[in-house]
Design a protein around this ligand. Structure first.
Ligand SMILES: NC(=O)c1ccc[n+]([C@@H]2O[C@H](COP(=O)([O-])OP(=O)(O)OC[C@H]3O[C@@H](n4cnc5c(N)ncnc54)[C@H](OP(=O)(O)O)[C@@H]3O)[C@@H](O)[C@H]2O)c1
Length: 314
């Protein structure tokens, strides 16, 4: 087995082209590396050039695939997304896989360049625009036996999400967790609707949405500190024991976390969000474990990329 195909579930696919948004870090980075290992031409779309150069260098070195490159795309700016698509289309290459992965979670209330609440603008509207602008290229690149694919990374958080149609931007009452969940629900609904339209047209493109499970990445940097502390202290440990013991441990951690936050005695939105996200993480972990049958897999970005890739069914 060569370095290029090591660890790959799928056969080499050197004739295919993929775009991965947010491919500079976390799940996106692992996904980009995995696709590069399959021999694909991979384009990382991101907004941090230094980080991207480093990511491209590392992926090229580890996969021995030279067709990995970076194109600037700030998902928080509609103009930047349009420029990215123009630059991509000037290359006159096909597009077989679009991975809508970039995202932010529970950021303080702030706006994108175009004035949208950040979760809504970046996680959802940015990817909505990107997908629509690239749809014709995807359509031209897919074939009946071998569809082109849009793979959108959502989250189990969408189960608790609500579309606040009266105040989508959360300008009257802002909840970081509510805004994140709303953006992830919007991505799920968008994907279902898009897939319905594509299927009705008999299009050689499919729209897929995936939940990667709980993965230890920088995404959690805005989560309230007690939750981060609990994750740091116990994360590695409870991912190594049996599911039954893990459930007990997670329950204890949740109770401790709740007590700590209650003791701080400043019941405000942030604390309620912390409790909600802790419970959510717990249920997602249990869910993921039952589905994947392995605790260790939950903490690894590589495993998440693998799971997302299974959903794609190349
Ligand atoms: N980690 C989990 O447990 C988990 C669970 C469920 C769903 N997810 C979803 O998985 C996806 C990836 O998350 P992750 O855990 O890998 O988080 P991460 O490590 O923080 O990676 C997020 C990526 O998005 C990029 N990004 C952020 N703002 C951007 C912008 N304006 N324009 C372009 N790129 C931007 C980041 O680039 P910079 O670092 O340069 O900002 C980074 O590459 C997200 O959609 C997230 O909602 C994650």
């Amino acid at each position: 087995m060569t370095e290029r195909t090591r660890g790959a579930v799928f056969s080499p696919q050197p004739d295919r082209v993929a775009i991965v948004t947010g491919g500079t870090d976390g799940i996106g980075y692992s996904t980009a590396k995995y696709l590069a290992r399959l021999g694909m031409h991979v384009i990382i779309a991101g907004n941090n050039e230094d980080k991207a150069d480093e990511a491209v260098r590392k992926i090229k070195g580890e996969t021995l695939n030279d067709r990995v490159e970076f194109l600037y795309c700030d998902l928080a700016s509609m103009q930047s997304i349009r420029r990215f698509v123009q630059k991509f289309q000037r290359k006159r290459i096909p597009l077989h896989v679009l991975v809508n992965n970039a995202g932010v979670m529970m950021v303080p209330q702030r706006k994108t360049v175009d004035g949208f609440e950040e979760h809504l603008g970046l996680n959802y509207l940015g990817h909505f625009l990107l997908t629509n602008l690239l749809l014709d290229t995807l359509r031209d690149s897919g074939s009946p036996g071998r569809s082109a694919r849009v793979v959108t990374v959502s989250s189990a958080t969408h189960y608790v999400g609500e579309l606040n149609l009266g105040d989508l931007q959360g300008s009257r009452s802002y909840s970081p967790h509510g805004a994140y969940a709303q953006s992830k629900l919007a991505l799920v609904l968008f994907t279902y609707h898009l897939q319905g339209l594509l299927a009705a047209q008999g299009s050689p493109v499919t729209a897929n949405v995936a939940d990667p499970g709980v993965v230890d990445t920088d995404l959690y940097k805005h989560v309230f500190w007690p939750t981060r502390l609990v994750k740091k202290l116990f994360g590695r440990w409870f991912f190594k024991v049996s599911p039954r013991r893990t459930i007990i441990i997670i329950t204890i951690i949740t109770i401790i976390n709740t007590i700590i936050t209650t003791m701080i005695n400043t019941i405000n939105t942030t604390i309620i969000n912390t409790i909600t996200i802790t419970i959510l993480i717990t249920t997602t972990i249990i869910n993921t474990t039952i589905k994947s049958g392995g605790w260790r897999r939950c903490l690894s970005s590589e495993a998440a990329a693998e799971r997302a890739e299974h959903v794609q069914k190349f």
